[in-house]
Design a protein around this ligand. Structure first.
Ligand code: G3I
Length: 316
C-alpha cells in the first residue's frame, strides 16, 4: 500500500504531522515521519519560549533541525507559531510594555523568525488562539497592551517579514459551528474588511471520539467562502483508555468524517495530525485516562483510523 504522502501528493493535498525535533534521534520515529507525511509542523520548537527565551537571544537548534529534515524529505512546513499567549517566555508574558515597546518586541520576533526561514516555511500560524472558549478575546499581554488590533498588526508584520508566506490564525473548538467559531467568522470578516493580510484559518481539530460536531464541512465551507484557505492543523481524536476494537472502529469513522469534510471543500488544503504516533502524543499528559488519539499506534502500527485516512485520500 502506498504511504499517505503519495496519495496526498496525487490529490495536491497536504497531509502533515506535528514533529518534535529531539525525537528525530529515534530511527522508527524518523522513518515514519519521513515516509508518511508531505508536511510537518514543529510541535514545540518554533514557539516563542523555544526561539527567543531572553530578549534578543535567539536559539534555533530545535527549529533548524526539523527544517533541515523537512527539506531532506521534500516536505512542506507549517510554521507554528508567532504570537500566542502560551509558551511565551516570562519576559514577554509578564513584561510591562508601552504599546510602542510591545509593537517593537513583536516586530523583532516576527521579522527575525520568519526571516530566518523565508522560502523554507510556506504557511504560518501568525496568531494562535486569540479568542477564549467564552468567544471573547483572551486576556494576554498582547490584548492588554494593544487591544484587538494586535491581530491585524501581527499579520501586517508577518506579511512584511515574508511576502510569499500564507498567513493563518489558528484555534481549537472552532471545528464545527458554535459561538467560538462564529466569533472567528466575524473576526475574519473584520480583518479582511480592514485590509489585514489574512490568508487562512486553521481549525486545530482536537476532538473526542464519538463526539464530533456534525457540521465541520459546513463550517469549513463558510470560511472558504470568505476566500480563506482552510487547514485542519492539529488533528487528534482521543478516546477513553483502554483501547478496544469497538473504540478503534468508532475512531476510524471519526477520522473519515474529518478527512471527508476537508476534502469536500476546495478551499481546504490539508490535514495535519498532532503527533507521529500514539507514543508521543500530548493527549495522555493533558487528559487523565484518555489517549490513543492518532492514526498510528505506539508500536508504529497503522490503526483502523490510518486506513480511514488512506481511503479518504484515494487509497484502496
Ligand atoms: O521541555 C520541558 C522539559 O524540560 C521538562 O522536563 C518537561 C516536564 O514537564 O516539560 C517540558 O515541556 C513540555 C513541553 O510540552 C515540551 O515537551 C511542557 O511541560 C508541556 O506542557 C508542553 O506541552 C505542549 C503544549 O502544546 C503546551 O501548551 C505539547 O507538547 C504540545 O503538543 C501542545 O501543542 C498545542 C499547540 O501548540 C497549540 N494548540 C494546542 C496544542 C495541544 O495543547
Amino acid at each position: 500500500q502506498p504511504p499517505l504522502r503519495d496519495l496526498a501528493d496525487q490529490q495536491g493535498f497536504r497531509m502533515g504531522a506535528a514533529v518534535a525535533s529531539h525525537l528525530l534521534d529515534d530511527a522508527d520515529y524518523r522513518r515514519t515521519a519521513a515516509a508518511e507525511f508531505n508536511s510537518v509542523t514543529h510541535e514545540n520548537d518554533l514557539k516563542w519560549e523555544s526561539v527567543q527565551p531572553q530578549p534578543g537571544q535567539y536559539s534555533w537548534s530545535g527549529a533548524d533541525r526539523l527544517v533541515e529534515f523537512a527539506e531532506q524529505n521534500g516536505q512542506q512546513i507549517h510554521g507554528h507559531t508567532l504570537v500566542w499567549h502560551s509558551q511565551l517566555p516570562s519576559w514577554v508574558e509578564n513584561g510591562s510594555f508601552t504599546p510602542a515597546e510591545l509593537t517593537q518586541v513583536m516586530e523583532d520576533h516576527i521579522d527575525t523568525t520568519m526571516g530566518r526561514y523565508r522560502g523554507q516555511i510556506q504557511t504560518w500560524d501568525v496568531v494562535n488562539e486569540p479568542i477564549g472558549d467564552d468567544a471573547q478575546f483572551r486576556n494576554s499581554v498582547f490584548h492588554r497592551v494593544l487591544g484587538e488590533d494586535f491581530i491585524a498588526q501581527s499579520l501586517h508584520m508577518a506579511r512584511a517579514a515574508d511576502p510569499d508566506a500564507t498567513l493563518f490564525i489558528n484555534d481549537y473548538n472552532i471545528d464545527g459551528i458554535n459561538a467560538k467559531s462564529d466569533a472567528y467568522y466575524e473576526l475574519a470578516q473584520d480583518l479582511l474588511a480592514q485590509g489585514a493580510p489574512l490568508d487562512g484559518i486553521g481549525l486545530q481539530g482536537h476532538l473526542i471520539s464519538g463526539q464530533l460536531p456534525q457540521d465541520i464541512q459546513q463550517n469549513i465551507q463558510r470560511f472558504a467562502d470568505l476566500g480563506l484557505e482552510v487547514m485542519i492543523t492539529e488533528l487528534d481524536i482521543r478516546m477513553t483508555m483502554p483501547v478496544t476494537q469497538q473504540k478503534l472502529e468508532q475512531q476510524a469513522r471519526d477520522y473519515t468524517q474529518v478527512m471527508d469534510a476537508c476534502l469536500a471543500v476546495s478551499g481546504c488544503s490539508g490535514v495535519t495530525v498532532w503527533g507521529v504516533t500514539d507514543a508521543h502524543s500530548w493527549v495522555p499528559d493533558h487528559f487523565t485516562g484518555e489517549g490513543a488519539a492518532l492514526p498510528i499506534d505506539e508500536n508504529y502500527q497503522p490503526k483502523p483510523a490510518y486506513w480511514s485516512v488512506h481511503e479518504a485520500l484515494g487509497g484502496d
